[in-house]
Design a protein around this ligand. Structure first.
Ligand SMILES: *Cc1c(COP(=O)(O)O)cnc(C)c1O
Length: 344
């Protein structure tokens, strides 16, 4: 791996970050806070929230098994996807490599940050090799994006190949594990200590049932987290989000229950799809959704919209011609979908 200084944009490496009132005085014992021009009334919303969300990181650390100083929290994974570009990719000069098809935000953020986005198309099993991914890199490649389980395909990438990519690349490898709670594969965040160039993304938006509060996380070496913390907005995670996330984390067993039901329902819905005459193929999945190749994805999509049922039409996505991406809902919702499709 190149040194972090080599990988980081010069202006970011030399950046003197904004130092907020809450940064300069971070202790808790004080009684009188007259340092941040806050209104003394309207407790607790009058006060700026903890810029580094330390209490929340301690709670996440316990659940995820990652040291608190190796955690970055952001306004959804969106923020954790954008930050690596802003920190490491020199606009107009550096590039990144990603698999195709995958989650759309990696490319949107590349375009926003004027960074060339190179793709390695997956094979017919939605897999790739370290050789193919590494062959797409050059001396200006700063980041490799991997997503496992992958969106929209649903499958986990071959773990040995992912490890080979991490070991064989001198830049940073970002592995998005947004759906790892639904997978039986061991999450890569458990291997962080072994790989200084690895960044793992997680989110509260999927298994944790908290998409509305916007809380995403990146797990990485302390050095990488320090760079993210320098560049992020000072108060990037608001108090309401921090409070709600703490509440959700108090009961990880509720999440386990949801995951169990969703996986059972996934089996039931996929079984029903497999015998639908309008379904040509269902792809294996490790997520809370699956991809189905239909006879006419767009026609079926529009029909479902008319019934008030919205699925994701992936017909225009590379390798996903005539595919619908189906999120697993409640039992009632899933049954409604199946009943509607039987009437098509
Ligand atoms: C849904 C999803 C996310 C979550 O994004 P948030 O901004 O945290 O809601 C991240 N990565 C992938 C691949 C996803 O599908």
């Amino acid at each position: 791996m190149k040194s972090l200084q080599e990988l980081t944009r010069k202006n970011i490496w030399n950046l003197a970050p904004y130092s907020s009132a809450r940064n300069e005085y971070a202790g808790r014992e004080a009684r009188v806070f007259l340092d941040a021009n806050e209104n003394p009334y309207n407790t607790p919303y009058n006060r700026y929230p903890d810029p580094l969300q330390l209490e929340l990181k301690e709670a996440i650390s316990k659940v995820k098994g990652v040291p608190a100083q190796c955690i970055f929290l952001g306004n959804g994974s969106d923020e954790a996807i954008d930050l690596p570009y802003r920190c490491f990719c020199e606009p107009g000069k550096d590039n990144v490599v990603a698999i195709e098809p995958t989650y759309g935000m990696y490319k949107v953020c590349a375009d926003i940050n004027d960074t060339e986005y190179r793709t390695v198309v997956l094979d017919e099993h939605f897999q790739t090799t370290a050789e193919a991914v590494l062959a797409a890199t050059d001396e200006h490649t700063k980041l490799i994006w991997l997503c496992t389980p992958n969106n929209p395909t649903g499958n986990c990438l071959n773990r040995e190949e992912v490890i080979k990519i991490i070991e064989g690349f001198d830049g940073l490898v970002i592995v998005d594990e947004a759906y790892s709670d639904f997978s039986s594969q061991k999450p890569l965040r458990a291997e962080l200590a072994k790989y200084p160039n690895l960044i793992v993304l997680n989110t509260m938006s999927k298994a944790w049932g908290c998409a509305a509060i916007r809380l995403g996380m990146a797990f990485a070496s302390e050095g990488i987290i320090d760079i993210f913390n320098k560049v992020k907005y000072p108060y990037n995670v608001n108090l309401l989000t921090q409070q709600q996330a703490l509440k959700a984390l108090e009961d990880p067993f509720e999440v386990d229950g949801w995951v169990k039901i969703l996986k059972e329902e996934r089996g039931r819905v996929m079984q029903a799809f497999s015998i639908l005459p309008i379904c040509e193929k269902i792809y294996p999945t490790d997520a809370n959704f699956f991809l189905a190749k239909m006879t006419d994805a767009t026609g079926i999509y529009n029909y479902l919209v008319d019934q008030g049922i919205i699925v994701r039409n992936r017909n225009r996505v590379q390798l996903c011609q005539n595919c619908l991406r189906i999120t697993i809902g409640t039992k009632t919702e899933n049954s409604e979908l199946i009943a509607a499709l039987r009437q098509y």
